[in-house]
Design a protein around this ligand. Structure first.
Ligand code: GCU
Length: 684
């Protein structure tokens, strides 16, 4: 097996003799009576991990037979467990939380892993294994955890032909030539990885639902049945992306009008059959009226009418209907300076607040544009109080270096989640909205676009695994810090050696800003090669139909999105934020060009002019990539050769490509403006 395959579930044998002894006294005996598939998964994981970590045989029994042991079970299933958890715990833990606690009695001592549900037990087991892998003290545990977000979902952009849209780590692990790949093991290992983070939902096909994938709801349903079986054993529900025009595309009707009774009846039949074969099916994800995908607009219906029809059909089965807000005009005229793509999602959806069914969740990308390295938060968060919302983050690094550049995204996500919308006064953060807490909504959560493929190490760049890890853990608890998550991930994936932890942590923590510094400046985004979205091309999207412009001329750059003189986008925020963005003096500098068109000679707080800032950050960014590489080189003998060499090769590539970015961007602005670099560095 490839050294990166096991990711953070490596279970490498512990070398510290004292610790090994201590752990063995607790873990060599396990009391656990698994009765269901999920509990069997938990048992297998626990026993396998203990054997591997501690090189010990494990005695599994139904009741205690030693003076120290691990006890796993459901609250209500065993008097010892109930005595230790007390009546109230089940309620506090909700349906997916758990307790991990060390119990000390005169007769015996044990570590209790208990929960109100099978899923909770699975999560508790993974939590306990995390402690062992991180070599934590286990003699005095008293942990209660419950997930903050109800829905913790991974979205796959996998197509049935085996390609992955915006996938940078090989082909799909699910499909090949319109069939399921014969890699049951791999899908199972993937399910283990996700379950270890607390992920509870997986969308198994691309939001762009093409011809073959349209059939997943009918002719190809048996594939979905199989996948659901694998994920179910790890506590996850399977969802499908559907084609809004399926009634037409599958040849049954000439219309997909959501208000046509026959169309609705057609959907009801499909849904009925899906639930007959997959009783715990999660529901549908829909990209409608977006980038040429069909939707209710064709029939002059709005998004609420489209979503509600499907939601009503899913409702009797407990299914959810997730509707994406990534709706904008993708055939804009670049000459038109009044239409603003950033405004589109809010304009389309905000007026529909209150119209959506209870089992509809709007899935909103973190920013108003499209997963750029820097964007403001979407004003829909905090703009719709009476509608279920979830946040969509992109784990796959489409615009953030495509897993060839190192870019740890957790710090970016933390900023987004901690952003205060002021919707209900101070403290109305995005994380409180998407947890359902702020507006008291039951259906809410996180979705992340997957970054994995069939590369032997799943993510291509070994360090990109940290993004999947960080996403899943944040979906469980958005209050965890980027530093904590990096440390957890490094300890489990690489080593508990402090030198390794320090070096990789520092690489991860600086990486997002480094990437930002040598790519598009000050929040402007989009200076990439069209379609591929990799590599510098300043005007690549400037004269296109995509609504993605920088408006640079010889005097200034940026888009005026103010209410006073621009597109008015700033006015979509709650008053306090609207005011902040409206003025270039109070607008956060990293977003200056997103909101304002400014002259190159405008001074930033640092005293630098905008143009000098562009030059400086681009020169500096390349230097910083060199430092990343130096840090990595220190680890030569501290981690395995295979991963060491692979990451080194990526860093070499990053360095070359960062230079390309630097020189293309700096030359572009130098040529456009004729303003020389104050420090006289080489610009072409
Ligand atoms: C981006 C991405 C597309 C994707 C789209 C979406 O535009 O480049 O590949 O389909 O987002 O999220 O729907």
């Amino acid at each position: 097996r490839d050294a990166g395959y096991r990711c953070w579930l490596r279970y490498e044998q512990i070398r510290d003799e004292k610790l090994l002894e201590e752990y063995r006294t607790w873990c060599a005996s396990v009391v656990f009576r698994p009765g269901t598939p999920v509990l069997c998964s938990a048992k297998e994981e626990l026993i396998g991990a203990i054997k591997s970590l501690l090189a010990v045989e494990v005695a599994l029994s139904a009741s205690p037979n030693r003076d120290k042991f691990i006890m796993v079970g459901k609250i209500g299933s065993h008097s010892v467990i109930d005595c230790e958890t007390g009546g109230i715990e089940a309620e506090r833990l909700g349906s997916q939380g758990f307790v991990v606690k060390t119990v000390k009695k005169p007769e015996y001592q044990f570590i209790l892993i208990a929960a109100g549900s099978d899923q909770g037990i699975l999560y508790g087991v993974f939590h306990f294994l995390r402690l062992l892998q991180m070599q934590r003290e286990i003699g005095n545990l008293n942990i209660h955890e419950a997930p903050v977000n109800p829905l913790r979902m991974i979205d796959h952009w996998d197509n049935l032909d085996g390609t992955v849209e915006r996938g940078y780590a090989g082909k799909s692990i699910f499909y090949e030539q319109n069939h399921l790949r014969d890699t049951g093991h791999r899908i199972r290992d993937y399910a283990r990885l996700l379950a270890s983070l607390g992920i509870n939902a997986v969308v198994i096909n691309n939001v762009n639902v093409h011809r073959e994938e349209t059939g997943l709801i009918r002719g190809r349903l048996s594939m979905v049945v199989k996948m659901a079986g694998i994920f179910r054993n790890y506590g996850m529900k399977v969802f499908l992306s559907i084609n809004f025009a399926a009634p037409i595309e599958l040849g049954d009707f000439a219309t997909a009008d959501p208000l046509d009774g026959e169309v609705k009846e057609w959907w009801r039949k499909q849904v009925q059959e899906i639930y007959r074969r997959i009783p715990d099916f999660g529901g549908f994800l829909v990209k409608a009226d977006s980038e040429h995908r069909p939707g209710p607009f064709t029939y002059h219906r709005n998004h609420a009418e489209g979503a509600n029809m499907l939601a009503e059909v899913l409702k009797p089965f407990g299914g959810l209907l997730i509707w994406r807000c990534f709706v904008y005009n993708c055939t804009q005229d670049w000459r038109d300076q009044t239409t603003d793509r950033a405004k589109a999602a809010y304009d389309n959806f905000q007026p529909l607040d209150d119209l959506f069914q209870e089992n509809v969740i709007l899935q909103i990308k973190n920013g108003p544009m499209d997963f750029q390295v820097r964007e403001p938060v979407s004003p829909l968060f905090g703009g719709m109080e009476r509608t279920n919302q979830m946040i969509e983050l992109q784990i796959t690094q489409e615009y953030t270096g495509q897993q060839r550049h190192l870019c740890y995204l957790v710090p970016q996500w933390k900023e987004i989640l901690d952003f205060d919308t002021y919707a209900r006064g101070e403290g109305s953060t995005v994380k409180k909205i998407v947890s359902g807490g702020l507006f008291q909504r039951k259906n809410a959560g996180f979705a992340g676009v997957a970054n994995i493929g069939d590369d032997p190490n799943w993510t291509g760049h070994d360090l990109a695994q940290a993004n999947l890890y960080g996403f899943g853990r944040l979906a469980w608890n958005p209050d965890l810090t980027a530093a904590e998550l990096a440390e957890e991930w490094i300890r489990m994936s690489f080593s508990n050696d402090q030198t390794v932890i320090d070096a990789i942590s520092s690489m991860l923590h600086t990486s997002w800003q480094i990437y930002e510094s040598y790519t598009a400046p000050l929040g402007i985004g989009w200076m990439v090669n069209p379609n591929y979205h990799y590599g510098p091309n300043v005007d690549g999207y400037e004269y296109s139909r995509w609504g993605t412009y920088h408006r640079a001329d010889s005097k200034g750059i940026g888009i005026d999105r103010t209410v006073k003189s621009g597109t008015g986008f700033a006015g979509q925020y709650q008053a306090k934020n609207a005011l902040m963005y409206e003025s270039s003096a109070s607008c956060p500098e990293e977003l200056l060009l997103f909101f304002h068109h400014v002259p190159y000679f405008q001074r930033l707080k640092s005293g630098e002019t905008v143009i000098q800032h562009i030059y400086n950050t681009h020169f500096d960014g390349v230097e910083k990539v060199t430092e990343l590489k130096e840090k990595w080189l220190q680890l030569q003998n501290l981690i395995g050769d295979e991963r060491f060499a692979r990451v080194l090769a990526r860093l070499d590539e990053q360095l070359e490509h960062a230079k390309e970015w630097r020189d293309v961007i700096n030359s572009y602005f130098y040529r456009k403006t004729g303003i020389p670099d104050e420090l006289g560095r080489k610009i072409f």
